[in-house]
Ligand binder design. Structure first.
Ligand code: TXA
Ligand code: MG
Length: 321
């Protein structure tokens, strides 16, 4: 894998969040292939994955922010499912940052990803390894099912533990921190660690291309995640299931399933309501049901607190038409 990457190839690699489609971030030709394989518009920037904090000096202009980075490291969030948006240095290709003045950096914890980073000596630009606009892959099989021979090198690290993409935290504006994408590192956890105000940027929930301006008409609408229409609910009583025999109903916890639901296809993401377990299974179940013969998916939203914010974000994007 390391050799392939050094020679400019694109490979799929496991991380603790989702599988990534990786290329040498400094090799624009290789990065261009990542965009092409994914069908991703060039205006949507990529995350650069590093295996050592020393890379920050190389890639970012963040000396004044180093105190915050150290707090995040000390809290155990880095390495981990957290991406920091920092002022960039010019060495980072414009292609990677889509010409922005910032670069998104992630220091992943997954041992295989770390090993490949170490052996290659590279920093890797890697978006989630799904066709643009579709559900992120949490298993090697998902990458294969989407791309087949177009991604001939997939490193199988088993199912991804977190199961949803990293939290993206923008530190590039002085004196505050903004969550651009909620994820496994929660708002509450970041507020407990950082001495500056931490807020959530709501609009960025659309960053994966649902912004009107990013849509490529005719190409994307049919690929949107998932293909099956989806209705979200908080309480099952609040939603009318129009065609129970052809619908799937998903609950966060087994104990949320009413005994007299009257719907034959009923699923749950966790036995006990653990949102961590729910996140781990979310995309896998979404893919499975989308590939099933259901006319409609009904999906329970968890409460907004903690990891619930990230789960709600992914479900709301999936249900958006
Ligand atoms: O967990 C993850 O973050 C996975 C694994 C593979 O690391 N990667 C991932 O990448 O989810 P991707 O490309 O699917 O999502 C990255 C998001 C995109 O929405 C992109 O717009 C945003 O990060 N992004 C990248 N660079 C940015 C920047 N400089 N400023 C703001 N947003 C940025
Ligand atoms: Mg993605």
């Amino acid at each position: 894998m390391a050799e392939l990457l050094r020679s400019g190839a694109v490979v799929a690699l496991p991380t603790e969040t989702v599988y990534g489609l990786a290329a040498d971030a400094m090799n624009t030709q290789a990065v261009r292939q990542v965009f092409a394989i994914k069908g991703r518009p060039l205006i949507d920037p990529l995350i650069v994955h590093i295996n050592h904090l020393n890379w920050l000096d190389e890639l970012t202009d963040s000396v004044s922010l180093r105190g915050y980075v150290e707090m995040l490291v000390e809290a155990g969030f880095w390495p981990g499912p957290l991406t920091l948006v920092l002022p960039r240095r010019k060495v980072v290709p414009d292609l990677v940052t889509a010409g922005l003045e910032t670069v998104a950096i992630r220091y992943p914890a997954h041992p295989l990803m770390r090993r490949v980073l170490d052996l290659s000596g590279l920093v890797l630009a890697a978006p989630s390894a799904n066709p643009f606009g579709y559900v992120s892959p949490t298993m090697a099989r998902h990458v294969w099912e989407s791309f087949g021979e177009r991604v001939p090198h997939i490193l199988d690290g088993g199912p991804c533990s977190a199961g949803i993409e990293s939290t993206i935290l923008d530190l590039s504006i002085e004196g505050r921190a903004t969550i651009l994408r909620p994820g496994p590192v929660t708002l509450e956890a970041l507020r407990a660690v950082l001495p500056i105000p931490v807020s959530v940027h709501r609009k960025q929930a659309d960053a994966d291309g649902k912004k009107e301006g990013l849509k490529a008409p005719g190409l994307l609408t049919r690929h949107y995640s998932p293909r099956t229409p989806m209705t979200l609910f908080s309480e099952i009583d609040s939603v009318a299931i129009s065609n129970p025999a052809e619908s799937a109903v998903v609950f966060i916890s087994k104990s949320d399933v009413p005994p007299n639901l009257g719907c034959p296809h009923c699923f749950w993401l966790s036995e006990d309501g653990s949102l961590k377990t729910a996140a781990h299974h979310l995309f896998e179940l979404l893919r499975k049901l989308d590939n099933g013969d259901y006319g409609h998916l009904y999906w329970q939203l968890p409460p907004e607190q903690g990891l619930g914010m990230a789960l709600r974000d992914r479900l709301q994007r999936a249900a958006a038409r």
